[in-house]
Design a protein around this ligand. Structure first.
Ligand code: HAM
Length: 443
């Protein structure tokens, strides 16, 4: 028989208690911040009908990155690679009953068939924060403020990360209407832009030329992508749109995109968030985004993956044949966040959930320890008892290695006197106390 592997499945992680501690800490900070904004938690199954993702998730994810299979009844199912289509389905399903606007969050595990590397695994957990039913840019500002607050709550200085903003509407207009690229070209160009930062300028131009075939178009693309401020792409606004504006009161997509980027960037700066920039190269791989898109990056080149990504997706709920609901949200992964916290040494040191370890000089004191620990638990302490009957030194060593902060030993003297030596394993300090005293010392 082949030897069984000790390794978890490629690109996934085992969570030993110390890893769980870190995971809980990260989720705890996320929850604290999003709940302070009144967001309510939801969840769903990891399995969905494959069809759900075909509609709007985006070709790369659906064709190359999903775990899809037929169930025993012949249905096509997929393990969720993201939770946005699910939450849109849930909102659509109760469209008539829900009290909008909704502020919802979830921390699901997601599976994507990716090449595992730093910041990218096949399974990750992702905080998702989404608001439904808010049309104005206040929603975008709230989302980005939450993302900012989460980073600050982790103790990350705002000089260490940058929030990049773009408009999907503006980019779509530029590629489809301004440059008049066909669907395939547009798609390939967005993919290339997505990879731009990993390519040399000459290589990028060459690849662009082979997609769009026209040198003047490539020049315009390069000029567009160079803009450092949204004002610098004003040249894509067509005059004719200004006339139209007077006629039907509707501004063109490009004007709308530019104005909204200005509103969000300007609005955030007024709120004291200074590390926000317009970035025309920001693509976001999902087809459902309809307006502002944003990502948060660590400024340290070691962690070059995005920490958060999101945007507005006003048409996704509507694909379920219900009345449209505007939506804005973002996802933030645990893997990249942990990398950042490790880089900046911001993770708290491991602490055991147990406050006290009770060692026994002999197994005859087991019943006594059972009662004592029961009483201490009722008073709010977390207590583990060593029933192994090993030498006392070995028992204390276990407590120490498991990072349990306090120990006490039970023998004849303790049983008779009702007094215990409570030892702090960190400092080595020992104090004698009765039962009530134990609680006081440990608190
Ligand atoms: P996303 O950009 O695919 O967006 O993922 C959001 C975040 O999840 C990324 O910035 C990254 O931190 C993390 N992430 C994604 N894939 C992986 C991976 N393979 N390994 C580790 N971490 C990863 C979405 O999924 C959208 N559905 C977010 C959203 C919510 N948009 C609107 N609402």
């Amino acid at each position: 028989m082949k030897k069984l592997s000790l390794e978890p499945y490629k690109g996934t992680r085992d969570f030993y208690p110390e890893d769980m501690f870190v995971q809980d800490y990260i989720f705890g900070v996320m929850r604290m911040v999003v709940e302070s904004y009144g967001y309510q938690e939801y969840d769903a199954s990891i399995l969905e009908d494959t069809e759900l993702y075909r509609a709007k998730t985006g070709e790369e994810i659906v064709n190359e990155q999903t775990y899809s299979f037929k169930d025993r009844g012949g249905r096509d199912v997929t393990i969720r690679p993201e939770i946005t289509p699910t939450v849109a389905r849930m909102v659509a399903r109760k469209r008539k009953e829900l009290a909008f606007p909704l502020r919802w969050y979830s921390i699901p595990n997601l599976l994507r068939y990716e090449r595992p590397q730093r910041g990218r695994l096949r399974e990750h957990w992702q905080l998702n924060v989404d608001a439904f039913g808010i049309d104005g840019m206040e929603a975008e500002k709230e989302m980005i403020t939450i993302a900012y607050d989460i980073m600050r709550a982790f103790g990350v200085d705002d000089k260490k990360f940058v929030i990049k903003i773009n408009s999907r509407k503006l980019v779509n207009y530029f590629l489809n209407d301004y440059l008049k690229l066909n669907k395939k070209q547009s798609y390939d160009v967005s993919k290339l832009i997505d990879k731009k930062n990993k390519m040399k300028e000459k290589e990028f131009r060459g690849a662009m030329e082979s997609v769009v075939a026209k040198k003047d178009k490539v020049k315009k693309i390069v000029k567009f992508l160079r803009a450092g401020e949204v004002e610098e792409v004003g040249w894509v606004v067509k005059r004719v749109k200004k006339v139209e504006k007077g006629k039907n009161g509707k501004r063109g997509d490009e004007t709308d995109g530019i104005e909204k980027v200005k509103e969000v960037v300007g609005g955030l700066k007024k709120l004291g968030i200074k590390n926000v920039v317009f970035d025309p190269t920001l693509m976001r791989g999902f087809d459902y985004y309809t307006g502002i898109v944003f990502e948060v990056f660590d400024a340290n080149p070691k962690n070059n993956r995005s920490l958060f990504g999101g945007g507005r997706y006003d048409d996704l709920v509507g694909i379920f044949d219900v009345e449209k609901v505007s939506a804005v949200g973002f996802g933030m992964g645990d893997v990249t966040m942990k990398d950042v916290l490790e880089t900046y040494k911001l993770l708290p040191e491991y602490e055991s959930v147990a406050d006290l370890y009770i060692c026994l000089l002999s197994s005859e004191y087991a019943n006594f320890a059972h009662d004592l620990s029961g009483d201490l638990r009722k008073q709010g302490l977390n207590v583990a008892v060593d029933f192994t009957g090993r030498k006392i030194g070995a028992q204390i060593k276990t407590a120490d290695r498991q990072k349990i902060p306090f120990v006490l030993c039970v023998g004849e003297d303790e049983v008779k006197s009702g007094k215990f030596k409570v030892k702090n394993l960190g400092s080595g300090e020992e104090k004698v106390a009765d039962q009530a005293g134990i609680v006081r010392i440990i608190r």
